[in-house]
Design a protein around this ligand. Structure first.
Ligand code: FES
Length: 110
């Protein structure tokens, strides 16, 4: 596991996508209160950035066809998306958001 620092937790916008490119990985961070979630920044229905979508307390909604994805698991909750989006392990340490970009969740391949 190689955690990469993405910035200060307190500086991430609340319930707004914050897109980061690490090598070939495009990742979107969503801060919801004290929690932070990291997902691949790509809807599994079409190649659309989820960072442009609306974030609720538990889901991100694709801006194009409104498929909903669980922030924690990446599972597609509503059509037209049926495949989950990758999620990444997140740690918050000393106020910093750390993401393991090398270890996407194996339960959510796309
Ligand atoms: S592009 Fe995301 S639901 Fe269609």
């Amino acid at each position: 596991m190689a955690f990469t620092c993405m910035g200060k937790h307190s500086e991430l916008p609340e319930k707004q996508g914050y897109s980061v490119k690490i090598g070939t990985n495009k990742i979107v961070l969503f801060r919801v209160g004290e929690h932070c979630y990291a997902l691949e920044d790509k809807c599994t229905h079409r190649d659309v950035p989820l960072s442009l979508g609306e974030c609720t307390a538990t889901e991100v909604i694709c801006p194009v066809h409104q498929a909903r994805f669980d922030l924690a698991t990446g599972q597609a909750k509503t059509p037209p998306a049926s495949k989950p989006v990758k999620t990444y392990p997140v740690q918050i340490r000393d106020g910093l958001v750390l993401v393991d970009v090398d270890s996407p969740n194996v339960d959510s391949p796309n």
